[in-house]
Design a protein around this ligand. Structure first.
Ligand SMILES: *[C@@H]1O[C@H](CO)[C@@H](O)[C@H](O)[C@H]1NC(C)=O
Length: 465
């Protein structure tokens, strides 16, 4: 404990005289200075006041001066102005609104890619990254690696280093951010439950959180656009960024095709997550819990929403735009000001939707149709990829079985053939023997019997093979 009163008495900055009271310790202090010194000090004070007055008069009379700042920009304070310039940055956000021909105005894009156990797709993604025609130095990359059990992060870093060290000056990108954060998979990770209906709501909410994290950590004041891209896109036009940008919309997505098994026509001409609202779905939403999240593509929620397959005219203008109410996260181009103004991916049920589908509920989203085959945008989603792999495996298995069967039936046929041959030979031998018995010679029949033995040896070898 500090004593409240010091015996040495400097508690309030003044030396305490033991003869005085604490209330006013300096009151009766004797003067320390002599009268001569006092006179000198008075003279100096007067000279000082005169000097200050002269300086002030000079400043206010001097032409072009008279501002307060010019007073401080001289002398000592001048250098502190430079320090301010180094640490304070000014951004004029009216310059980064996003325009239809952003590449001409050097508008910067933030390209966001959420990754989870994405190692098998990274090759394909980097192939896309090399092919983008939008100037790479104007694109900053932002990756979020979350809840991954494979080597996503290691492979990503390896590939990024290679890309940035590329000889071709057109290849390296601007600034690259990798954010690692686990959101905790609350659901079982096996394929069934991951894509199962029950897991969808919490999955969407976690995905939304992840997107918002990534964006808020990496969006800078100089970005004009934000492009969201799924890692498992299979084919896309190299000019996708310009194609989407040209429409000059706050949020725009391309029409996405998904490869399907041949027996389903090979392709599904629409993205299940892009839809327009229906009366049925709105009525359904009214019956659901506050927390519920409607997801497209599941029998449990029969929304009867008009999908794009029925809305688009295959011979129509590929650049035709239409307004939609929900999107998937496959490929979304948005102006950065959309996010700056507070719009985000709902990580909760918003009008009974979450994540990118909820995003569509917050802000109007446009879709361009891109019906030209060669400008198609194909998206291989995980579920489809797994289904396709499974099918390919099954097909291979069937073919193998078929082959084995064929070989087996081949062998059977051969057996039959050989058997008849043996029988023929035996018959021949019999005939010869009969002829022999007439002629009295057995030599030929012995040769024929040897021949039979040879043949059956051959057969034995074939079966073992
Ligand atoms: C990128 O371009 C190369 C060369 O044109 C092509 O072989 C490759 O398939 C393209 N990658 C993708 C993912 O489209």
């Amino acid at each position: 404990m500090m004593p409240r009163h010091h015996s040495s008495g400097f508690s309030n900055g003044y030396p305490r005289n033991t003869n005085t009271f604490d209330i006013s310790p300096h009151r009766f202090q004797p003067r320390a200075s002599t009268p001569a010194a006092r006179r000198r000090r008075n003279l100096l004070t007067r000279l000082g006041i005169i000097a200050v007055v002269i300086v002030l008069i000079w400043f206010f009379i001097r032409p072009g001066s008279g501002t307060f700042t010019s007073l401080f920009s001289l002398g000592l304070l001048g250098s502190s102005g430079d320090v301010l310039m180094d640490t304070v940055r000014y951004y004029d956000l009216s310059n980064v609104q996003g325009t239809a021909r952003g590449w001409e105005r050097e508008e910067r894009i933030l390209l966001c890619v959420p990754l989870r156990d994405a190692e098998p797709h990274l090759n394909m993604m980097f192939s896309h990254l090399r092919n983008f025609t939008y100037p790479h130095h104007l694109i900053d990359l932002a990756f979020l690696v979350s809840d991954s059990k494979d080597r996503t992060l290691e492979v990503l870093v390896e590939k990024l280093e290679a890309l940035q060290a590329s000889e071709d000056p057109k290849l390296p990108y601007g600034e690259i951010s990798i954010i690692e954060k686990d959101f905790g998979q609350k659901v079982n990770q096996d394929v069934e439950s991951r894509h199962g209906f029950a897991a969808q709501a919490s999955r969407r909410k976690l995905m939304a959180q992840a997107r918002n994290w990534l964006l808020s950590a990496t969006l800078r004041p100089y970005h004009s656009w934000v492009y969201w891209r799924d890692v498992d896109v299979e084919t896309a036009p190299f000019t996708i960024l310009e194609d989407l940008m040209r429409h000059n919309k706050d949020v725009i997505v391309p029409n996405v095709w998904r490869p399907l098994p041949d027996w389903l026509g090979g392709e599904q001409p629409y993205d299940l997550n892009s839809w327009q609202e229906s009366e049925t779905a709105l009525a359904l939403a009214d019956t659901l819990d506050e927390d519920a999240v409607i997801v497209e593509g599941y029998a449990e929620y029969a929304t009867w929403r008009p999908h794009l397959a029925y809305l688009r005219d295959p011979y129509g203008d590929p650049d035709m735009e239409m307004e939609i109410d929900g999107v998937g996260g496959v490929s979304i181009l948005a102006k950065a000001r959309v996010f700056r103004s507070g719009v985000h991916f709902p990580a909760f049920s918003f009008e009974k939707h979450a994540e990118t589908e909820g995003f569509g509920k917050v802000i109007p989203i446009f879709l361009i149709l891109q019906t030209h085959a060669d400008s198609g945008f194909r998206w291989l989603n995980e579920m489809e990829a797994e289904r396709l792999a499974k099918e390919a495996e099954e097909k291979e298995k069937q073919e193998r079985e078929k082959k084995v069967k064929e070989q087996f039936s081949d062998t059977n046929a051969q057996w039959e053939q050989d058997k008849t041959q043996i029988q023929n030979l035996a018959k021949e031998a019999q005939k010869e023997r009969e002829a022999e018995s007439q002629q009295g010679s057995s030599q030929d029949s012995k040769a024929a019997a040897d021949k039979v033995g040879e043949k059956s040896n051959n057969n034995q070898f074939r079966v073992e093979a």
